[in-house]
Design a protein around this ligand. Structure first.
Ligand code: UD1
Length: 338
């Protein structure tokens, strides 16, 4: 079975390509390389022995996207990762985010419709829940007004898909990710942030390796056990595996609705200081960090109710926080040595 992975040279995309290939799927990747590197494909092939087919173009180009689908109408499923994801940048450049994240989705849906490609897996985010009133947060918790244009593109995308499915035979599973971290055990693929990382774990590993002088911990006056915010960190390989299961669920006809939504997290919350402690333990490095003011837009605490995903998908995140921080550190060391 042939699966299109958009954004397949990116962080979660590359790990998902590996899991798909290892399950016997043929993979074709579309990526415009705006935040990734073609060499990722070589590293995927070092892991799996197969270099995925690759087309480099921008999915906001409607004609090119439709042309791709007309040439590849044998595709069974699309896993759509390709999107911008930097929260702060989306506040500064909202149109860039709306255009990229929404137009590309609409072009893909149109291409799927025209060529009868039946199944879509969509990358959504726990950001759609904002600061939930009740924790853990389940799939039926209310969607809150988005904190950023980035978050809004995820909410609007889910709505676009929902409306589109009313008029189409396409089926979709939207996966709401909590905080993906870590890297493949081979240390051949991982997160490759361009410039200064926005996210916690790449900032930790880049500080420890000497690329950044100091980690800023954004606030320790939250209502949490140590005062720092709580997130549900999940290993990127656990996350990637859920995408393969989502494809299998639809191809086996086990989906119960045209649009199903699942939370992908571990079900456990960890504070920023707990992540730092785990990193220091597994790496043996002392991290240089300082507590500073809160970061605008950060929620206090969020972690997933994973019961629905566990029961329906037969999937459960397996890796511990220490395994996550160790794999992230091994990856940082591997890229430093190149
Ligand atoms: C954010 C977005 C999420 C998006 C994800 C990927 C929100 C609310 N969340 O997640 O939707 O999918 O990025 O880009 O918009 N921290 C520090 N110092 C740092 C960096 C982070 O203390 O240098 C803290 C943050 O305050 C937060 C935690 O680490 O408490 C995790 O932050 P981060 O990795 O940026 O992820 P989120 O903000 O949770």
């Amino acid at each position: 079975m042939k699966i299109l992975v958009t954004g397949g040279t990116g962080y979660i995309g590359s790990h998902t390509v590996v899991e798909l290939q290892q399950k016997g799927y043929q993979v074709v990747v579309i990526d415009n390389l705006s935040n990734s590197n073609e060499a990722v494909l070589d590293n995927i092939s070092k892991i799996t022995g197969i270099r995925p087919d690759f087309e480099c173009f921008d999915l906001i180009e409607r004609e090119r996207t439709l042309d791709f689908f007309s040439r590849n109408s044998d595709i069974t499923g699309v896993i759509h990762f390709a999107a911008f994801k930097a929260v702060g940048e989306s506040v500064a450049e909202p149109l860039k985010y709306y255009r990229n994240n929404l137009v590309s989705l609409m072009n893909i849906l149109e291409g799927m419709q025209l060529n009868k490609v039946p199944f879509l897996v969509f990358s959504s985010s726990c950001t759609v829940y904002g600061q939930p009133e009740e924790l853990p947060v389940s799939e039926t918790s209310p969607i809150q007004k988005a904190f950023s244009p980035y978050g809004n593109t995820k909410q609007i995308s889910e709505e676009i898909i929902g409306d589109f499915l009313e008029t189409s035979d396409v089926k979709c599973i939207a996966l709401r990710y909590f905080n993906p971290i870590g890297a493949h055990e081979s240390s051949l693929i991982g997160e490759l942030p361009l410039g200064i990382p926005n996210n916690l774990v790449p900032f930790i590993t880049q500080t420890a390796i000497g690329l950044r002088s100091q980690l800023k911990v954004f606030g320790n006056d939250y209502n949490t056990p140590d005062g720092t915010p709580i997130r549900d960190y999940i290993h990127v390989v656990d996350l990637a595996k859920a995408h393969v299961i989502a494809i299998e669920r639809m191809t086996n006809g086990n989906n119960k609705k045209a649009l199903e939504v699942f939370n992908l997290g571990t079900g456990n919350g960890q504070t920023v200081l707990e992540v730092i402690k785990s990193f220091e333990k597994v790496s043996g490095e002392k991290l240089n960090y300082v507590i500073v003011e809160r970061r605008a837009g950060d929620v206090e605490k969020v972690w997933a109710d994973t019961r629905f995903a566990n029961a329906e998908l037969g999937w459960k995140a397996a890796m511990s926080l220490d395994e996550m921080t160790l794999s992230a550190w091994n990856w940082e060391k591997a890229i430093a040595n190149k």
